[in-house]
Design a protein around this ligand. Sequence first.
Ligand code: NG1
Length: 489
Amino acid sequence: MYMNNMLTVGSEFDRENIHAALLKRSRDLSFLADGDDYHFCVTPGRVNLIGEHTDYNNCPVLPFAVDKAIYALIIPRKDEVIRVADLNETCDPIEFVITSGVIPPFETGNWGNYSKAAVNELLSFTSSVKTPHHVTQLQEDAQGFPWLKKGFSLVFYSTIPRAAGMSSSSALVVLHAAASLLSNGIGWDTPEDRILLADICRKAEWYVGTQGGGMDQTAIIHGKEHQAVKIDFNPLEVAHVPIPEHVSIVVAHSTVEAPKTQSAMDAYNRRAIECRLAALCMNEYFKNTYGLGGISFIGDITPDVLGRSPEWIDTEVAKVLHEEPYSVQEIAEQLNMSPEQVNKQFCIRKDGSPFPVPVEGFELHKRFHHVWTEWKRVEQSAELLKQGDMDGVGRLMNLSHESCRDYHQISCTELDVLTNIARENGSLGSRLTGAGFGGCSVHLVPKMDVQTFISKLSNFYYHDYLGLDFKEAKENIFVVNPSEGLHIM
Ligand code: NG1
């Protein structure tokens, strides 16, 4: 996330036309010669139905892959070069070479870092099998045969809106991991392969500096038509939940571009740090009070880990954190560490520079409250979805938005106005989707009412509130259909 000028967003035209255009451009660029092998790959974006900012806590999420995707032609090469170009030339082409050790990134903000992120992570895997054919034959941090030897040329075309919370960046990471695997003869056909591939792509994305979880990459890889993907992270598991035919899912962009700056990345990472610290304070409490422990992330606070009932745990966690923000000094006392150790271990950016500690202190209580309640909303939503109770799912989506706004503090005025207007005009549930701070909202709407809903939202939000014309409104609001994840055509 947060990259400038990331992808070209094109009008939807059918796959055959896209395929033909990618072939032509690959030939024009001399990426493809007669007789060369190539693969036509589809990597979708994702929309999250519910479960926001829970993934990096190892708590579950309920997203789905969408029918907006990056379409790419991948041409395996015999050398170690990687060359990538955008069909519409909106992004500058990139080129780099597979080298041993860490691949040095392009300058911050260059979209090509998502390509490097995937290749860089794959390079930390070797194989005990000389010629591996499956992702599960790869091993991390193990001595074995280096398998990533061949690069590729790639031309892509994207229909995923950028900086909108639809994971165009993770789609790029997954695409480049897939391209590397394909070019080196490795497939991901088994469920185990796909789980490992999702985990590799999750870690890969840390290369750009966000401390994100694995929701995006897992949804992009595991998406299925008409289904949401319930993802658990403790351990990583996926289950598909059908979305009933009688509802439509509408995505509406607030038009506030989720910012792409260091400060936006800090705002996201601040929440990851706060959640981590809240979990560690919980661990100290359970250890000192009851001799229990084993909590590193909020997702570890379970009956299995603590050996106590859910009701007991609920009562106990409510006692641990106070509502006022915490200073580094106080956190250090709670964790039996020095303030310097807290800063060194938790308040550090990817590039090694110090993380700007918020002057008002860290909001441990608020962040914990959001994640703890959102976790329950995800579990309940998955159950209600199975039962086809879409009113129930909608109610939980509304509560999720309130919690994102008041406790995780990731909404903005426009997203609040937009979701309110949506609720007053026929949505069963409306909330921000993705990292927040702008970007898109997601709405559950009875299928038969969807056109009326869209025209009311166009009128009341885009026209009356933002002062946009109807053409501009139309570009910002669309129905998305749960779709197949990463696949080769
Ligand atoms: P987006 O909306 O794609 O920037 C980010 C994180 C997710 C998740 C959501 C919030 C990355 C790549 N993505 O998504 O892991 O934490 O925010 O739920 O860091």
